[in-house]
Design a protein around this ligand. Structure first.
Ligand SMILES: [Zn+2]
Length: 186
């Protein structure tokens, strides 16, 4: 799906976490959680040359693609590894969540809560995987161990169905923000 749909899902995921899981937290903490889940929701499309993330941070995307290439060496022939580093490959795999647990270790040096940041990022990434797995293009959910693509429906990226999904997500965002600022509604 498109970056704006993923970003909206990241915002909604963060708001839901802040409002229903952690509860009674300060607005600044809520903004922090939403920022990290939104970053996670955009992260998997780092494997795409023309995504919201890569357009803004082309250098990061460049290095990440080289990193992905090195990760997939030894998992199969050139054709197989190419499929893993292509769009909706390893960066869209559930194993990326485990890898992230290791990549985030430097966060410890900044005195930040390593585990919570990983949880928030993972929630954002999972929202991305859920949205992409319902598209006709699917995702390689178990890369690098398998390059089989999983696709649950025939929804096309950028189609009318995606617009409806995005509107539903935005409605959810408005609902949760209303709950946070106005109080309990039924
Ligand atoms: Zn994607």
């Amino acid at each position: 799906m498109l970056g704006k749909t993923h970003g909206a899902a990241g915002v909604l995921s963060g708001l839901l976490l802040a409002n229903y899981v952690f509860k009674d937290i300060h607005i600044v903490q809520t903004i922090g959680i939403v920022a990290v889940t939104t970053a996670g929701s955009l992260f998997p499309d780092i494997d795409h040359g023309n995504s919201t993330l890569t357009n803004r941070f082309p250098q990061i995307s460049h290095y990440f693609s080289r990193y992905l290439t090195s990760c997939t060496v030894g998992f199969g022939d050139a054709k197989y590894t190419q499929s893993l580093i292509s769009h909706r490959g390893y960066a869209h795999s559930i194993f990326m969540l485990i890898s992230l647990f290791i990549y985030l270790l430097p966060v410890l040096f900044f005195g930040l809560d390593y585990f919570l940041i990983w949880v928030f990022l993972s929630v954002g990434i999972i929202s991305h995987l859920l949205l992409d797995v319902v598209t006709i293009d699917g995702i390689r959910l178990f890369a690098p161990f398998s390059n089989k693509k999983f696709s649950l429906t025939y929804i096309r990226t950028g189609g009318i169905e995606e617009i409806i999904i995005r509107l539903l997500i935005i409605t959810g965002i408005i609902y949760v923000i209303y709950k946070i600022f106005v109080g309990a509604i039924y």
